[in-house]
Ligand binder design. Structure first.
Ligand SMILES: [Zn+2]
Length: 578
């Protein structure tokens, strides 16, 4: 490719709309342009990167037994009514109607379409397991599209659906995909960590998210310093180590606490740590009201709380509800004497022997409160949000915190879609049974952004060789100089013939401009042809990521670079896990 002909409008300024590195660099390095909020066009360089990621995904999906299909983006409402998701999906679904007022949506996901296909075409256990996948655009009408393709409204996904005859088959499909995902991200040069995640609204019983560790990530994860445990904080279990009770039996004493509403206020006022405070938060979930009781230094995990009271989601109750339940305004709730609500206590709070709690009256707190003696919870379950520094259940390590970008997810669905859609097969005994399903997604465009988050510096992107738009940028310092031009053209042609993806900077630009663009776009190798080295029959070979530089003779440069690129690609395959 010749740079003089390439649509490559790089930008020197950081676009104001872009907050994170990947978004800034995808615009600045001419990878993409915005069309509308959360909707982008990929330019030639960006599309080359996407195609490389897609090729790696395809190779690994095929190797894992997947069969590629292409399903429609426009999906009829009827199928979504069969699973009840037409209404459940909410505002995120792009809905449209045709000229006959028939309703359709732009596919946010393809469980319905795939399951309907399989119910019509698969009859027998002999056809199982079946793994179907596609790589295609998905649509979600995000309320606040941001971070470029990280949270876009149109994005590219690989989605695979597995159909098995039983749980054991599903388990095999699940772990086959899990290991394929590890290989895909390794080959893309992306450092990921699989974490246990919450099945949430999609339903199902087991799921892992693949998190690319990056400060720009929207997900909070915790992982153990000692064992393999890693989880999304939404899911992370909290372990409460057993303690030996001292057997304190302090009396409950009312204390006047004028204006003290927060844990920090109380810490100062009583000169006691937050871990000795008993925090009571009033929540509403469906038609229920519940008091979440936990230690002052702990936070509520609302997903766990919702599950504990058996509803889909919870939210903090409004002031009127709080007054009805506690008899006091916001800020003085305590677990003793609540009316008309369940008490859900976290195990850690039950270990407090003499705590400070709200008094359910204005400007009153209680000292000497002992859970179990002074109030009896309706349930004692883990409702707390894991935080860095917590002990791990392995008993050895301490949880560490990190932020992650979710680039993939594997999911055991079971019969969640096959039962409502009637996707059945006949087993050996002639009996009809529902198919057991799994679904497995990779955000392809998001993977591209995640790679940039992990592989960039102040000058621009540092692409891993396996996904770089071109491997080598050949830069004659002065293209108008005949000697330099001839040497550069020969290297460019020889490398291209040797199968190395090469671009030549044949623009009549100053060397500084060429070098800046090379660093910004992030070609792994730059070969500079300058007058001084050329006088000695040499050129400069520089690695973008490490800054490593060598002078190599003209006669050897092609084989040297070809060898290094081939080895880098081979390494990315062989060092991948599984
Ligand atoms: Zn551990």
């Amino acid at each position: 490719m010749r740079m003089s002909k390439l649509l490559m409008p790089t930008l020197r300024e950081v676009p104001a709309e872009a907050e994170i590195a990947s978004h800034q660099l995808m615009l600045r390095a001419a990878m993409m342009r915005k069309v509308a909020a959360g909707i982008y066009s990929y330019l030639p360089l960006g599309y080359r990167v996407l195609q490389k990621i897609m090729r790696i995904v395809r190779e690994e999906m095929d190797a894992a037994g997947g069969q590629e299909v292409l399903l429609p983006i426009v999906q009829p409402a009827e199928l979504w009514h069969e699973t009840g998701r037409w209404d459940d999906y909410g505002e995120e679904m792009f809905k449209l109607s045709d000229r006959h007022q028939r309703l359709f949506c732009l596919g946010p996901t393809h469980e319905e379409i795939t399951t309907a296909l399989v119910r019509n075409e698969v009859r027998s256990y002999r056809q199982l397991p079946l793994l179907l996948y596609q790589i295609q655009n998905k649509y979600r009408d995000e309320i606040r599209p941001r971070f470029g393709v990280m949270r876009g409204r149109e994005f590219i996904m690989k989605d695979l659906y597995s159909f098995d005859r039983d749980e054991q088959g599903l388990d095999e499909s699940y772990w086959t995909m899990f290991h394929a995902y590890q290989r895909i991200f390794d080959r893309c040069g992306l450092k990921t960590r699989p974490v246990e995640a919450d099945p949430g609204a999609i339903g199902g019983n087991q799921t892992h998210e693949f998190m690319a560790i990056a400060d720009a990530g929207e997900a909070e994860i915790v992982y153990c310093s000692s064992c393999d445990y890693a989880a999304n904080v939404e899911k992370a279990e909290c372990f409460t180590p057993p303690t030996d009770p001292v057997g304190r039996e302090d009396p409950v004493v009312e204390v006047a606490t004028p204006g003290m509403r927060t844990i920090e206020d109380l810490e100062k006022f009583f000169n006691r740590p937050a871990s000795e405070m008993i925090k009571t938060l009033i929540y509403r979930g469906g038609d229920q009201v519940a008091a979440a009781v936990l230690r002052g230094d702990h936070a509520v995990n609302e997903i766990k709380l919702a599950r504990a009271i058996g509803c889909l989601e919870v939210e903090l109750a409004d002031e009127r509800t709080i007054e009805e339940v506690t008899g006091a305004p916001l800020g003085f709730a305590g677990p003793i004497g609540l009316k008309g609500c369940k008490i859900i206590a976290d195990p850690a709070v039950m270990a407090i022997e003499s705590g400070i709690a709200g008094g359910n009256a204005v400007d009153v707190h209680l000292q000497g409160v002992k859970p179990g003696r002074d109030f009896t919870p309706d349930a004692v379950v883990d409702i707390r949000k894991a935080q860095p520094g917590d002990p791990c259940h392995c008993g050895e390590g301490v949880l560490q915190g990190a932020r992650g970008i979710e680039v993939g997810q594997v999911f055991k669905l079971g019969t969640k879609y096959s039962v409502p859609l009637g996707a059945l097969f006949t087993d050996e005994d002639g009996e009809e049974r529902p198919l057991i399903m799994g679904c497995y997604g990779i955000g392809v465009s998001r993977t591209m952004a995640a790679i940039i988050e992990q592989c960039h510096d102040v000058d621009g992107i540092c692409w891993p060789v396996s996904v770089a738009p071109f491997h080598v940028d050949v830069v004659p310092v002065n293209y108008r100089d005949e000697q330099q031009r001839e040497a550069a053209e020969r290297i460019y042609q020889d490398l291209t013939e040797a199968g190395v993806e090469t671009i030549i900077d044949d623009r009549n630009e100053r060397p500084g401009v060429k070098f800046k663009d090379a660093d910004l776009i992030g070609f792994p190798i730059r070969i500079t042809i300058g007058p001084r080295a050329l006088a000695d029959g040499q050129v400069e070979v520089r690695w973008r990521a490490t800054g490593e530089e060598h002078l190599i003779s003209l006669s050897e440069v092609v084989s040297h670079v070809q060898d290094r690129i081939t080895r880098a690609i081979a390494d990315s395959k062989s060092t991948s896990r599984g």
